[in-house]
Design a protein around this ligand. Structure first.
Ligand code: SAM
Ligand code: SF4
Length: 474
């Protein structure tokens, strides 16, 4: 298919496909860094500077185990410097698995006759959201197959339905979207429903590979997908998430392409994507991908550490596709968001379904722990689990999304807001043991606060939460 910008009413330089495969291969093939150079690049990142594609390639091409350890250590140090201790929690909510595309890695592919197809009715959607709220979730990502049923109006309606559900003290305060790319007017329809981030993963930035795994449907158009988030920006969605599905092509190429995608955004819109996702391919019903580019645990942890160093200010999302041990290690590199209590079969939250049936789901997940168990582990490891949604609700997004770039932002907003949302969770949903651990973490973080004014303000609000007030934020 030939990409025709006019077709999408976009005659703009910014909408042009921007991946130059030769450039990326050249950089990868011609970068052989010395030890000193690798250390200089790590030091540059630790000073909170973005890395160029060439500098990123130096880290990618590092094979010396001692230096790889320094890269990982660098990512950990950067995490402490930039991100503080909070980790934001969310849950995916699959709305429907009808799909007209034929992606060879996905259980929802149109040719998969074994897949049981469902779209949640309004009543079912409400039941799912109630079940999620009863667990303490406040942030969801709604996920859809690509099908005429799931047009912009349908997506906007489902977002509105989710926001209306209030169970006990529960409510969903931020709904993100992972769905197919759209035309500009359709994005506007979805935006009006009050979405947070719009995520589209390119899957692979390597065109030939892309065509070999996306066999049919609208998704077979590489360029339409690649420019999908440009159209979102044009429609006013300034909070977007990019990603690559690792395992389809050489991870080194995908990693550099993600950096190229960030560069494109920064050059065109003065702001990078809000988040990067790095799903690693997992088993699925009718899965048909060979193992040639399978990413080992060793390479995967290395690539996430490099990503952290390359884009110090971009949120990184790690999902339950990965098993507990990998999640634990990668989290220490400065992942900003993880899912907890994840279920991806439609209707599974309210049915409290424990085991996966791949003929009803997109792929296999490998961390089946409940939200409570995840929060317990985070607290044990000194993180502050957060359900904060303050930035998006106060308009601190897009170009104005100054998170991390304003000195003291984390101390002023993120840490106090994480503590307030944790306190709510402890009052409403935690077991006595988790509540006790949460109290210790809040006390410790209060003791460490050096700004008396913020501390006083926070203490006052924490007391209000204890007395039943909800949704307090800075
Ligand atoms: N249908 C929409 C689309 O393709 O853009 C929504 C995407 S899908 C429901 C969410 C993401 O899951 C995909 O973009 C892909 O990266 C990932 N995914 C699909 N199959 C996978 C598999 N077998 N293992 C891991 N991740 C997978
Ligand atoms: Fe459909 Fe998305 Fe699965 Fe492809 S990845 S088959 S578009 S749901």
């Amino acid at each position: 298919m030939i990409y025709n910008p006019q077709k999408y009413a976009i005659a703009d330089e910014r909408m042009k496909p921007f991946i130059d495969e030769n450039e990326i291969h050249d950089i990868l093939n011609n970068t052989q860094p010395t030890k000193e150079q690798v250390r200089e690049v790590i030091a540059k990142s630790l000073n909170k500077n973005r890395l160029s594609m060439h500098e990123t390639a130096m880290l990618v091409n590092t094979t010396d185990p001692e230096l790889i350890e320094e890269i990982k250590q660098g990512a950990k140090t950067l995490k402490e410097k930039v991100y503080g201790k909070r980790i934001v929690l969310f849950a995916p909510l699959y709305v429907g698995n009808y799909c007209t595309n034929n992606c060879k890695y996905c259980g929802f592919r149109t040719t998969n006759r074994k897949q049981v197809r469902t779209t949640l009715s309004d009543e079912q959607l409400i039941r799912e959201v109630e079940a999620l709220e009863e667990n303490g979730q406040k942030r969801l990502i709604l996920v859809y197959g690509e099908h005429p049923k799931y047009n912009a109006q349908f997506i906007a309606d489902s977002v509105r339905t989710v926001y209306k559900v209030k169970k006990g003290n529960g409510e969903i305060r931020r709904v993100n979207i992972n769905a197919a790319p759209m035309d500009i007017d359709d994005y506007k329809t979805v935006l009006e429903a009050g979405i947070g981030t719009y995520q589209i993963f390119q899957e692979t930035y390597h065109k030939e590979t892309y065509h070999s795994v996306h066999l049919a449907g609208k998704k077979a158009d590489f360029d339409y997908r690649l420019t999908g988030l440009d159209r979102a920006q044009e429609a006013g969605i300034d909070d977007v998430g990019i990603g690559a599905l690792f395992g389809l092509y050489d991870w080194r190429f995908e990693l550099l392409s993600l950096i190229r995608h960030v560069n494109h955004f920064e050059a065109c819109y003065n702001v990078g994507p809000h988040t990067i996702s790095f799903p690693r391919i997992k088993d699925a019903s009718e899965y048909d991908i060979d193992d040639k580019y399978k990413v080992s645990d060793e390479d995967f942890t290395k690539l996430v550490a490099i990503l952290r160093l390359a884009v110090p200010y971009t949120g990184l999302i790690l999902t339950a596709r990965e098993p507990e041990n990998i999640r634990r290690e990668i989290m220490s590199f400065g992942v900003s968001q993880i899912d907890g209590g994840t279920k991806i079969e439609m209707g599974a939250y309210s049915k409290k379904e424990e085991t996966q049936n791949l003929d009803k789901e997109q792929f296999k997940i490998n961390d089946n722990r409940s939200l409570g168990e995840i929060i317990d582990e985070l607290l044990e490891n000194d993180y502050i689990p957060s359900f904060c949604t303050a930035c998006y609700r106060t308009g601190r997004t897009g170009q104005h999304f100054m998170e991390f770039s304003v000195p003291g932002f984390i101390k002023k907003y993120c840490t106090p807001n994480a503590m307030l949302t944790l306190a709510e969770y402890m009052e409403d949903y935690a077991t006595p043991e988790v509540k006790e651990k949460g109290e210790m973490v809040i006390k410790k973080n209060l003791d460490e606060m050096d700004n008396d004014k913020i501390k006083e303000n926070l203490l006052e609000r924490l007391n209000k939460v204890k007395n039943g007030e909800r949704d307090l934020y800075f």
